[in-house]
Design a protein around this ligand. Sequence first.
Ligand code: SF4
Length: 338
Amino acid sequence: MPWRRSRDPYRIWVSEILLQQTQVETVKPYFTRFLRAFPTLSALAKAPLADVLKAWEGCGYYARARHLHEAARRVLTSGGKIPQTADELRKLPGIGRYTAAAIASMAFGEAAAAVDGNVERVIVRLLGERRERTSAAAQRRLRKTADEMMAEAVGAGIAAGDFNQAMMELGGLVCGPRRADCARCPLAGECRAQATLADVTVLPRKIPARAIPHYEIGAAVLRRGGKILITQRPLDGMLGGLWEFPGGKQQAGETLEDCVAREIREELGIEIRVRDEIASVRHAYSHFRITLHAFDCRMTRGRIRKLGVADFRWVRPEELAHFAFPKADRVILEKLKE
Ligand code: SF4
């Protein structure tokens, strides 16, 4: 992993934010691309948000990019030095308990235990913890154990960052969610799950999955004089700051065509005629799924106002590449090209 070769706090910070919701293999090219675009904290802090979102495009969970940008700006305005302790790091947007401990230990050697999903699984099995791992009592016990293990490791002369990474690798490579290679595990001699269970993978106890809702989304592809209308999502919500075809969620009892016309009226204050559906795409987010239906539309009345959007632009097809879009809209764009 390219970021593991470094003790540069900025590189470690960027990598940990990327890794928050994304698999290692997916992160690698984004990490390289992001560092090429913003090689230093100061370059990131001084860049417009639109450029940061563009570099993040396709990686998902865009709040991470907005928070990282905002945090870089805060660090720069307060002297440009990245905080060195987990407690101070946690005051920055987008940095939670795990990320703060990871950065503080790897970049600055602080003895802060970084407990991600992999580490949590190892400790749950080590303790034979049978309560739901998200319960407050289980969480207290897991944290206490993680802190004790870290203190013991540092006392034995192991660097805090190395210990955290070793625990993460142990969870990732040896003590996996569906398979544990206990014969190869350095903790086997003191592991309660291994000593008492026929199958250690019954721990952590599974939390029943919730049904994932599905939404139908209607969007307008409005054209005028060779240009297409795109709108920018409000900065503070989901996919904030990204550009898209305007539209929204279909309501009960409404046709998709009516949905598009209503959304455009609410977001932009204009009337449109909704013609044929020209493309559709299914997409899954973490807590819901959508089918996005794009309709060919024409403006019939009114003047565009920013009622429910951060901004809007009429752009030529060749200019669309300069804007950051959510994945589903990007697929629609590709289909339109075809
Ligand atoms: S002994 Fe097995 S269950 Fe226990 S921590 Fe090691 S790999 Fe996981």
